[in-house]
Write a protein that binds this ligand. Structure first.
Ligand SMILES: Nc1ncnc2c1ncn2[C@@H]1O[C@H](COP(=O)(O)OP(=O)(O)O)[C@@H](O)[C@H]1O
Ligand SMILES: [Mg+2]
Length: 255
């Protein structure tokens, strides 16, 4: 199953979730692939890839015809493979335009390798530009991380509808697997209100598990480690492990 992490806002925990959810699933013995589609390559760097060694990346696969299998690399997490991103993705918006099927390009190039994995995650840049469009067309499902700040809840229905319609327009189907509360901090007074609002508006679409603010989660990327490598006793590690359980339950329910 291919899952895209999408949101219109940046800094809501897409990358943190992609990396640590993928790692939690790999720790259960599942075969997992993470495809980094953000030109900032945060997921790749978070997994310990040196900035100078990002090539070959998803840009080469999408734009230069490199077979995806040749861009796949092992990570320091057993069972977790990675296709890195690179700054070359900045050109993707423009250069994908030359392909006749510019929205279905990712789906086509990943097709030969996805069957090697139990779960594939697509870490997207924020917005619904051509790369995330490619991601939702290639994906079976998507997860929307939501940080419960002011105005966080607005526009989520639009995003979900837009993602579903985009996939549909290009001959594929994608379903929302869930909205995930991230960076939750109940010391901030408005948090409870926003969380309640989200849960009452979207009901069971919201993951039961919430990812609280946890300093260790913010520290791990700089060490090039997942939370399980950096501090497996951290609350954030427990949260992502629990999320992996709920994720698998949802994934199985809907296929
Ligand atoms: N639960 C959390 N607790 C503390 N910091 C977090 C948490 N989740 C993410 N962060 C930090 O917040 C920032 C944005 O998260 P990130 O996953 O990069 O968001 P996005 O990919 O949506 O832009 C990063 O610096 C990350 O380390
Ligand atoms: Mg990111």
């Amino acid at each position: 199953m291919i899952t895209a992490l999408i949101s219109r806002k940046g800094g809501v925990g897409k990358t943190t979730t992609a990396v640590n959810l993928a790692a939690a699933l790999a720790a259960q013995g599942l075969r997992v692939l993470l495809v980094d589609l953000d030109s900032q390559a945060s997921a790749s760097l978070s997994l310990g890839v040196d900035r100078a060694r990002l090539a070959p990346s998803s840009a080469d696969v999408l734009l230069a015809g490199l077979p995806a299998a040749q861009a796949v690399r092992r990570t320091s997490v057993a069972g977790l493979d990675l296709i890195t991103a690179s700054v070359d993705l900045i050109r993707a918006e423009a250069e994908l335009g030359v392909f006749r099927a510019k929205e279905t390009r990712l789906k086509a190039v990943l097709d030969p390798i996805v069957r090697d994995y139990d779960y594939v995650f697509l870490d997207c840049p924020s917005s619904l530009s051509l790369l995330p469009v490619n991601a939702v067309v290639a994906a079976d499902a998507f997860v929307v991380p939501v940080a419960p700040q002011f105005l966080a809840v607005t526009g989520l229905c639009n995003l979900i509808a837009a993602a579903e319609r985009t996939a549909w327009d290009h001959g594929s189907r994608v379903r929302p697997l869930g909205l995930l509360l991230t960076l939750v901090d109940y010391r901030i007074k408005s948090t409870r209100l926003t969380v309640d609002e989200l849960r009452s508006e979207h009901g069971s679409l919201v993951f039961a598990i919430e990812i609280r603010v946890n300093t260790r989660l913010a520290e791990a990327p700089a060490a090039g480690q997942t939370i399980f490598q950096y501090d497996r006793k951290a609350k954030g590690a427990m949260a992502y492990q629990l999320l992996a359980g709920e994720f698998v339950m949802r994934a199985k329910r809907s296929d």
